[in-house]
Design a protein around this ligand. Structure first.
Ligand code: PLP
Length: 371
């Protein structure tokens, strides 16, 4: 059995979940980033219309789906003129993240770079092929044997956004190294503060890439912005010379997006209204939780976009996890995302309005008790 991966880290949170569950008014679970609001009706309807699907779906995605992805990139991500052979569907983006190093033929002696504070799937992909993982946000630190670099903007867990100059610097260094530069951008429609009105840039934006997409890939998921995590609906775009061999490998492996889901994605990409509605829901949850978290005494870093607050009390993250669990609030220790220990925890805003209000209340009452 392959044993290159540690135990799934979330198991370490179990004892704190037990503590939080003992709260007389129940647990407020702000740990996972799993959406709770209904899947928009327009998308459900498209899925229902497509339930008669006796034949195999296209691994590459139907032409209609690929055209919808191309059009969406032009409209929402300022990436014009992609061709339909530069895009492909994936079964959620986590699988593609985890298998990309394998598809690229990486192995021992190769380096995969991920952000210093990173979503957990990048290390999984590197481990599966025996490549070395390096956590660094500084392109000057990326070593000569780097073969794949992951960017994640807006970031999970820290909500950090990379602006055009930062993306350009990464592109320049990746080109020097001849490495693939992959950008995971699934929170791009959920910008706050300065990013509420300004478009969060894509790696494929010509202002970043100068129109040269060689060795560049963008991954996008509809799990968050369209409440589609249960459908497994995502896609990638970029260099045709990466996309087409990946589609070929996926064809051999049977990694196909189901036909009804392909129809649902077309509907989701064609309707921006539901994204705006969902964004307003998250905005009010975030405002409420952010002010309670700050008033409690947390320092909140980055968190300029996406569905998380990256917050610190200046103590070891597990002490903060316990402190919150005793208030019946479950949060994630930063150690899951940051090598070498962390003083941060992650609060998720993907809970119902009632739960967010209850969590904010408990934080406010705890300050009153302590003062
Ligand atoms: C940064 C990032 N990338 C990718 C994913 C995976 O999304 P999915 O597999 O649902 O498409 C997540 C989910 O939390 C994420 O936070």
């Amino acid at each position: 059995m392959f044993d290159g991966l540690p135990e799934y880290p979330w198991k370490k949170l179990k004892p704190y979940e037990e503590i939080a569950r003992q709260h007389p008014n129940g647990m407020v679970d702000l740990s996972v980033g799993s959406p709770v609001d209904p899947t928009p009706q327009v998308i459900q309807d498209a899925l229902i219309q497509a339930t008669n699907a006796p034949g195999y779906p296209s691994t590459a995605g139907s032409l209609e789906l690929r055209q919808a992805i191309v059009d969406w990139f032009a409209l929402r991500r300022a990436v014009p003129n992609l061709s339909t052979d530069q895009v492909m569907p994936s079964i959620g983006s986590k699988e593609l993240i985890s298998f990309l190093p394998l598809f690229l033929g990486l192995g021992k002696g190769d380096v995969v770079v991920q952000p210093r504070v990173a979503y957990t799937a990048y290390v999984v992909g590197a481990s599966l092929v025996g490549a070395e993982i390096i956590s660094s946000d500084d392109p000057d630190e990326w070593p000569a044997n780097t073969k794949l670099i992951w960017l994640n903007s807006p970031g999970n867990p820290d909500g950090k956004v990379l602006d055009v100059p930062a993306l350009r610097k990464a592109v320049k260094r990746a080109r020097e190294l001849g490495a693939v530069l992959a950008s995971d951008e699934c929170y791009a429609e959920l910008g706050w503060g300065q990013w509420a009105e300004t478009r969060i840039p894509s790696l494929l934006d010509p202002a970043v890439s100068d129109g040269n997409q060689e060795n560049l890939l963008v991954l996008y998921s509809l799990s968050k912005q369209s409440n589609l995590a249960g459908y497994r609906a995502a896609f990638a775009a970029g260099d045709k010379n990466l996309i087409q061999p990946i589609v070929n490998l996926r064809m051999h492996s049977g990694l196909m997006m189901p036909a009804p889901v392909q129809q649902a994605v077309i509907a989701a990409l064609g309707d921006h209204q539901h994204v705006l509605v969902e964004r307003e829901i998250y905005r009010s949850r975030r405002d409420l939780l952010l002010s309670a978290v700050k008033n409690y005494g947390f320092t909140v870093s980055d968190s300029e976009a996406g569905l998380y607050l990256w917050a610190s009390l200046g103590e070891d993250c597990w002490s903060t996890v316990r402190r919150m669990a005793e208030l019946g609030i479950l949060v994630v220790p930063g150690e899951f995302y940051e090598a070498g220990g962390s003083e941060y925890v992650r609060f998720s805003i993907t809970a119902t309005d009632d739960k967010i209000a209850e969590g904010a209340n408990r934080l406010s009452n705890a300050i009153k008790l302590n003062s």
